[in-house]
Write a protein of this length. Structure first.
Length: 382
């Protein structure tokens, strides 16, 4: 029997007959929220899966789990496996060391071309602009005296030098040609959102990675959401976990950027957890850059309300990968249970809920009924 069911025994005399006062207000009018579901005491974290085609009980609409030492140990083991994978990736990248990267010239790049012992070719018009390089046109070519149109786009500087040397050999004896990129303007990556200086960063002969892009954009702002950065590449969204990159050493997240890539880093205020129910100060909490445990969330919200909280009914509600809600239950009435709460990591958009105690629920029902009883009594006396 639920505590507020006792109200059905409270009689009120109206017009010579007795009626149950709870019948007047109905159980649906019990104020506040109440969850009251519990995983079996000796059960592990195995989910209860029900066919939800019948009634609409909580057990049928959600999977119920118990927060116990087995769950905490398994989560710690999963973290160890993830760390081993990160170390393996780090070793593979260290052995590779980006040695295969070669820059190819793009339209709008500016080339510096020097033909040794032939100053008339290096600056044929005698104006400063010629010393500032030759721009690769949108068709991928550039003009050079005695060589005509030279293809540059999609080629390395070594390939351009070889082609230009071959063409100049028709008019010069063993020309010594040097080609380099004076200004990288053809390939660019973009960074937007919570960085110091959003904008455009050129891609050069040195590979540009995500960390390079952020560094050149003057770093991350304190409000940056490290968990949900997005790399837009050729119309597709690629998730990037900057937290795993910066704090866990997962360099697989440090992707090498390609021309036209757009990295967007959103604001952390959307990355919250919600603490509700019988706590000192129900509120939403912004997830920090590090981990946030269940114990920390309850503490930041003022702890359990000593007058109304049922510490034995502490819940974490989240969406599971199967699209069903998950309800994680912890009996925190015993102080040692808070050790489990401190090791249970919360996720973004989690809801932490503390049930009210039975006496508190009963008191709220009574407070809801008193105005009704007062009106009824006044009408009977009149």
């Amino acid at each position: 029997m639920k505590p507020y069911a006792l109200l059905s025994t409270v009689p009120v005399k109206v017009g010579g007959s007795l009626v149950g006062l709870a019948s007047l207000v109905g159980c649906s009018l019990v104020p506040g929220q109440y969850l009251g579901v519990t995983a079996k005491i000796n059960e592990t974290d195995r989910a209860y899966v029900y066919d939800a085609t019948g009634t609409e009980s909580v057990e049928e609409r959600a999977d119920i789990f118990s927060i116990n030492p087995d769950v905490i140990a398994r989560q710690a083991h999963e973290k160890e496996i993830a760390a081993e994978k990160i170390n393996k990736i780090r070793a593979e990248v260290s052995s590779h060391q980006k040695g295969s990267y070669v820059y190819t010239v793009a339209p709008q790049d500016v080339l510096r071309i020097t033909v040794w012992n032939h100053p008339e070719l290096n600056n044929p018009s005698g104006v400063l602009n010629d010393l500032q390089g030759r721009i690769v046109n949108n068709d991928g070519n550039f003009f050079y005296p005695y060589a005509g149109q030279v293809k540059a786009a999609g080629r390395t500087v070594q390939e351009i030098r070889h082609d230009l040397t071959k063409k100049l050999s028709a008019v010069l004896v063993e020309p010594q040609v040097d080609v380099s990129v004076l200004n990288y303007r053809g390939k660019r990556a973009f960074v937007m959102g919570q960085v110091g200086k959003p904008g455009v960063v050129p891609i050069t002969d040195v590979p540009l990675t995500i960390t390079d892009l952020i560094t050149q954009a003057e770093g991350l702002k304190p409000e940056a959401d490290l968990k949900s950065a997005v790399l837009m590449r050729k119309g597709e969204k690629v998730p990037v976990d900057l937290y795993a990159l910066y704090y866990e050493g997962d360099i697989s997240q440090n992707k090498q950027l390609e021309p036209g890539d757009i990295l967007t880093i959103s604001e952390n205020r959307y990355n919250k957890i919600f603490v509700l129910g019988e706590v000192g100060k129900p509120q939403s909490l912004v997830m920090p850059r590090g981990r946030l445990s269940l114990a920390e969330a309850v503490s930041d919200a003022g702890g359990f309300n000593p007058l109304s909280a049922n510490a034995g009914q502490l819940y974490v509600i989240r969406w599971g990968e199967n699209g069903r809600p998950q309800i994680w239950h912890l009996d925190a009435a015993a102080p040692d249970a808070l050790v489990l709460a401190d090791r249970f990591d919360l996720q973004s958009r989690d809801i932490v809920y503390v049930d009210p105690a039975g006496v508190a629920r009963f008191g709220r029902v009574v407070n809801n009924i008193i105005p009704t009883a007062t009106v009824i009594r006044a009408s009977v006396q009149n």
